[in-house]
Design a protein around this ligand. Structure first.
Ligand code: NAD
Length: 497
């Protein structure tokens, strides 16, 4: 069986503490084994990155930028290769995988503007013969730890900006769909990135913990589930590192009585069932306001039933399998538990069998009505094609529900009224908000991040906040005295003169 190895210092590197099977979700069969790094492989990668840092951070901005432009073109040229790798290991449809690659490439395009983004400020003559300027310096070795659901895009929220800013990088991708990271490493090499600037170590918690405690790792970016995000934030912070850790989500779509119900149902169904609900910005809870609930449930049910489920490689499929057999079993168990707790299963995707793929990890779209906030189906992130419906009397009640939820990644409001939309935007305690837009993922030049249990740390990823995360400020005050112009210092604290 094919073995997926690490990429360290410009070469494939084997070794580690064992292997993990990489499954093909559409067939349910194993397709490769990925090496699991131990502390020795992590040390090797961090050492390579630390060694490469001096020359890379000294390289002129012009040359660094040209490499990012080349990478951008290579990612575009290999869009199909990357998408096929994603679909084979993650299971999402090819169209969706291509969309992920494009959204990742947009961060590389943002990083191509790094000379402008790193520009400091200059103040002339702050005191007689004294000038002052500020600049942003890179941190050193940065680590990125990413989840399975976006094997190209989520790491690209991190490494193009970190590297363009002058840092070197060690990526620990998800062990469930690790191959795309190695192709990205090869594209960086083709673009002319020096060895050691971008490294990939594959592995599980052992590799993660080795990165979190490594003294030469300056900063950690994590994206994944909330319990692990909390662990990463706590551990890396205690080790003195800069850290941003993005966690899980329960994204609500609030539908007001004045909304175009047919449009809202189409948008919400696409946001709930796209990528089999395995998006951190998927809509997983609908809050129907007022007397529209029954009509909305009916419209959502029609949408859910019409979705074509099948292997991601098949152009006719609109929704692929979930990532593993464990994920399928967990999702189906969550639906059964909700049913036992009193929810009604309006559309039941449990036990779905797809022609020609009897062992694939498929779950069909599920729609649950009559869910209440005390049920596990509402409290927990299910991370599968399960949409639940709750009811609220008015906008205030709906906002209170959204705000009481521990997560705060994304939310959306469907309405025809500007005043309600404005009130919603101002009052919800959520990081990313859509108005008649179900999946409000910010463009690369804005920053991406949630609130509350969806993000631990202070700054979001990419955009200006990404540049701030991967750099630190220096402010220089300088004076070039010339003979008689030199000011004689007093012993008092100096004031501008
Ligand atoms: P996960 O938390 O299981 O894994 C994420 C990463 O952490 C992987 O690289 C994994 O190897 C590592 N890891 C797993 N267990 C660990 C442990 N005990 N100690 C240290 N490291 C560990 O997440 P996942 O299942 O791969 O991805 C799905 C989750 O990611 C969902 O909760 C989803 O909401 C979240 N997510 C959030 C965002 C966001 O922007 N907030 C984006 C994408 C995904």
């Amino acid at each position: 069986m094919r073995v997926i190895e690490h990429w360290i210092d410009g070469a494939s590197v084997s070794g580690g503490e064992g292997f993990e099977v990489v499954w093909q979700p559409a067939t349910g069969s194993p397709q490769a084994r990925v090496a699991l790094a131990g502390p020795a492989e992590v040390n090797r990668a961090v050492e390579a990155a630390a060694k490469a840092f001096g020359a890379w951070s000294d390289m002129s901005l012009a040359r660094r930028t040209r490499i990012m432009f080349k990478l951008r073109d290579l990612v575009e040229r290999h869009e199909d290769d990357l998408a096929r790798l994603i679909t084979a290991e993650h299971g999402k449809t090819l169209d969706d995988a291509r969309g992920e690659v494009v959204r990742g490439r947009e961060v590389v395009e943002f990083a191509c503007g790094i000379p402008h983004l790193l520009k400091g400020a200059y103040s002339d003559q702050v005191s007689t013969g004294v000038d002052s300027f500020s600049l942003r310096a890179p941190l050193g070795v940065c680590a990125g730890i990413s989840p399975f659901n976006f094997p190209v895009m989520v790491p690209m929220w991190m490494h193009p900006i970190a590297i363009a800013c002058g840092n070197t990088f060690v990526l620990k991708p998800s062990e469930r769909d690790p191959s795309a990271a190695n192709l990205i490493a090869a594209l960086y090499a083709d673009a002319g990135l020096p060895d050691g600037v971008f490294n990939v170590v594959h592995g599980d918690r052992t590799a993660v913990d080795a990165l979190l405690s490594h003294p030469d790792v300056a900063a950690v970016s994590f994206v994944g589930s909330t319990p692990i995000a909390e662990h990463v934030h706590r551990t890396a912070s205690a080790a003195g590192k800069r850290v941003q850790a993005l966690g899980g989500a329960k994204n609500h779509a609030v539908v007001l009585p004045d909304a175009d119900l047919a449009d809202a149902a189409r948008q919400i169904a696409a946001a709930a069932y796209g990528s089999a609900g395995q998006r951190c910005m998927a809509i997983s809870a609908v809050v129907a306001v007022g007397d529209i609930a029954d009509r909305l449930v009916q419209a959502l049910a029609e949408q859910a039933k019409a979705i074509v489920v099948g292997p991601g490689e098949n152009p006719a499929s609109q929704m692929g399998p979930v990532v593993t057999a464990q994920a399928r079993d967990r999702i189906q168990a969550a639906v059964s538990a909700a049913q036992q707790a009193g929810a009604s299963v309006v559309v039941d995707g449990r036990g779905l069998s797809v022609d020609g793929h009897p062992d694939g990890f498929f779950v069909g779209p599920c729609l649950l009505d009559g869910v209440t906030p005390d049920m596990a189906a509402y409290r927990d992130e299910i991370f599968g094609p399960v949409l639940i419906v709750l009811r609220a009397g008015d906008l205030d009640e709906a906002v209170a529900l959204v705000n009481a939820n521990p997560y705060g990644n994304g939310t959306a409001l469907f309405t025809a009224g500007g005043a309600a939309a404005r009130a919603f935007v101002r009052r919800v305690t959520v990081g990313m908000i859509g108005v008649n837009v179900p999946v409000p993922v910010p463009m690369a030049y804005h920053s991406f991040g949630g609130w509350k249990a969806s993000l631990f740390g202070d700054v979001h990823v990419h955009g200006a906040e990404g540049v701030a995360f991967y750099t630190r400020g220096k402010v220089v005050t300088s004076r070039w005295p010339e003979g008689a112009d030199a000011v004689r210092p007093g012993l008092q604290f100096p004031t501008a003169h």
